[in-house]
Design a protein around this ligand. Structure first.
Ligand code: ATP
Ligand code: MG
Length: 635
């Protein structure tokens, strides 16, 4: 049984402008295990082309290549990958080592696709390197090696998976005589061990060394000469069974490439991190600002309490009074927890030490009053207590606080239940001072009791209605309006405020989305360009039998690592800045204005990774689609 047979191989390159270049013309030959065949011929004669065809790298030819009775033409792409992994060891004309991998790692690429356990892979790689005399340079990078040393790395790699056929394209082309002899000796040993060695050469020394010489001339096989008989074609044991590149190996390769291309990856990481950082920061700021505004509203005003009055037509003062019927009606609305009576006073007169001061519009105390505005003392919740605005107090004394605890006489013009005007008079104690201007505030009870004592029946002119939660205010308000009442107080415009707050966070989120988009595009571009610079590496991997899918995984792994990296860095930056902003914000607004919520962290991580995967998709596809022969000849 012949190991390898090539039958009527014809190859024509299609050049640009529909021109064609015939290179191989009807080449037929058979080869057996144990042979060391030299192929000689003029430069440009098609030797490398023929080797690519035998190695299953090039499928654009007519005729057939039959290995162990299996025609390559019938093989699927995956079977061809497997064929390259298991049956072929290729020593390229240009050494084709992967520059960012060490000598050992270069040899390991082939072994990582075998079923050997990792430890044995390393052991075998080391023993192969020892065989080619490079065990001391296993940690060196290809650029640190001489031409002959690189050639020997290529030989060690070609032997790694113990293939039946070793193809060596100019294995000694760059070597001096001493090195040539060493390599030839190696190839001799390989052939003697029961493998087929096909070596392309211009060197007479090499040609003389083999067991057979084939001459190619103008694309034709012109001479096939056996130099010495192969002693009994004993077949070597079958090659190491192989599999696709393991995930671990792919991931490690990706990691190594990233380490060695630190600059590019730093750029991508920074770009991505800035994108993630700004998204998180904007979202957190939106949340913080919204929270701050709501905090301010509910901390200083009381949006859950609303003042309710009748809708009054001009001048009809009778209609202004709230009856017990109104109280029952309002108490019945859902979510209402409390209804307080209140009274509007066009003016209030105060007398202290014989001096009169008149306030402008005032009203009785209720829950809508801003606790923030109380500067001294307490709210006038008790009977016969009064709270004055600072400006009113200052009309009596230079230091408003002097008035606290003092008794003043209060005069209020009211209308009784029958629309009759009356003047209420009461001694009250100043218990609090407020920032608001030109006002005096006392409780409804104070007013009502005073009226009662003077035989006047006083009806409230508004009701302060409280609901349990801020979220219920809106529903409550529409109910009140439906019942044909009027609303005043902060609670009545809380909804508008909420809209503005939401608008602000949408705008911030929009800015964030744009910055994320920009960094996503940048990442895509950088990854896409990086495929271009790695064309050769991809060609080498494909030639070694790495499948398209594995090439794709390689790029996806890199993108994934980058995605996780920049997302985490972006998050850390955002958290860091949040800490700084918040600590300085605390000193003047007493609030964490940047709030990084756990869902933002999750969102950032997921988005970052998704972007990196999207960014990897096109380059990974492009890389996997590269034609191995073209990729290999890429400069
Ligand atoms: N991808 C390609 N597209 C078009 N023409 C090609 C391509 N590859 C090789 N050729 C041409 O095919 C011919 C044979 O090339 P090949 O590399 O097989 O020669 P060779 O015998 O290996 O030469 P050398 O001894 O210089 O290595 C050359 O004329 C070359 O220019
Ligand atoms: Mg060549």
């Amino acid at each position: 049984m012949t190991l390898l047979s090539i039958q009527h191989i014809q190859k024509t390159y299609q050049l640009a402008d529909k021109q064609t270049l015939p290179v191989l013309n009807d080449i037929t030959a058979t080869f057996d295990a144990g042979e060391f065949v030299s192929i000689v011929g003029e430069s440009g004669g098609g030797k490398s082309t023929l080797m690519n065809i035998i190695a299953g790298l090039d499928s654009q030819y007519t005729g057939d290549v039959i290995v162990n009775e299996r025609p390559l033409r019938k093989m699927s792409e995956r079977q061809l990958d497997q064929y390259r992994r298991e049956n072929i060891g290729f020593i390229f004309q240009s050494f084709n080592s992967i520059s960012h991998l060490t000598v050992l790692e270069n040899v390991l690429v082939s072994l990582e696709m075998t079923s050997l356990p990792h430890k044995q892979q390393v052991a075998r790689a080391m023993s192969l390197l020892k065989q080619v005399g490079l065990s001391s340079r296993s940690k060196a990078y290809p650029r640190q090696l001489s031409g002959g040393q690189k050639q020997r790395v290529a030989i060690a790699r070609a032997l790694a998976s113990d293939p039946e056929i070793i193809i060596a394209d100019e294995p000694t082309g760059a070597l001096d005589e001493q090195n040539t002899q060493e390599i030839l000796h190696l190839l001799d040993q390989i052939a003697a061990s029961g493998k087929l060695v096909i070596a392309v050469t211009h060197s007479q020394i090499v040609a003389d060394h083999g067991t057979r010489v084939i001459h190619l001339n103008h694309g034709q096989l012109v001479h096939d000469q056996t130099l010495r008989q192969v002693a009994g074609s004993k077949r070597a044991a079958s090659a190491l069974p192989t599999r696709k590149l393991s995930f671990r190996a792919t991931f490690q390769m990706a990691l190594k490439h990233m380490q060695r291309n630190f600059g590019t990856n730093l750029l991508i990481t920074l770009g991505g991190a800035v994108g993630i950082f700004s998204v998180v920061l904007m979202l957190a700021l939106g949340r913080g600002v919204g929270g701050y505004i709501r905090h301010e509203i509910s901390g200083n005003l009381n949006p859950t309490t609303v003042e309710v009055t009748h809708k009054v037509k001009d001048g009809n003062t009778a209609a202004i009074q709230m009856s017990s019927h109104d109280i029952t009606k309002l108490s019945g609305i859902s979510h209402v927890t409390r209804v307080e009576k209140g009274y509007f006073m066009p003016s209030v007169q105060l007398q202290y030490h014989g001096r009169n001061v008149t306030t402008s519009y005032s009203q009785t105390y209720n829950k809508t009053f801003l606790s923030k505005n109380l500067t001294h003392g307490k709210n006038p919740t008790g009977l016969n207590e009064i709270m004055l605005s600072q400006d009113i107090a200052k009309k009596y004394t230079k230091d408003a606080q002097n008035l606290l605890g003092k008794n003043v006489t209060l005069y209020v013009n009211v209308t009784d239940a029958h629309q009759k005007p009356a003047l209420l008079k009461q001694r009250v104690k100043v218990v609090g001072l407020t920032k608001s201007s030109n006002t005096a505030v006392m409780s409804w009870q104070t007013l009502a009791h005073t009226a009662q004592a003077q035989g006047i029946n006083l009806k409230p002119t508004f009701l302060a209605v409280t609901v349990a939660k801020l979220s219920q205010v809106k529903a409550f308000q529409s109910q009140v309006k439906k019942a044909n009442y009027n609303l005043t107080g902060v609670g009545s415009y809380i909804d508008t405020i909420n809209q503005y707050v939401n608008l602000a966070s949408y705008v911030l989120a929009g800015i964030a989305a744009i910055s994320l988009l920009v960094s996503a595009i940048m990442i895509i571009v950088v990854l896409y360009i990086s495929v271009g610079t790695r064309t050769k590496e991809i060609g080498i991997l494909r030639a070694l039998g790495v499948r398209k899918g594995d090439i794709r995984s390689l790029f996806v792994s890199e993108a994934l690592i980058l995605g996780i990296l920049y997302s985490v860095i972006g998050l850390l930056l955002a958290e860091g800045l949040a800490l700084i902003i918040n600590s300085s914000a605390q000193s003047f607004i007493h609030f964490n204005i940047v709030q990084v919520a756990p869902e933002f962290v999750l969102f950032a991580l997921v988005t970052g990774i998704i972007i990196s995967l999207i960014a990897a998709w096109a380059p990974a596809r492009k890389a996997a689609k590269l034609d191995p022969v073209e990729a290999l000849s890429y400069e």
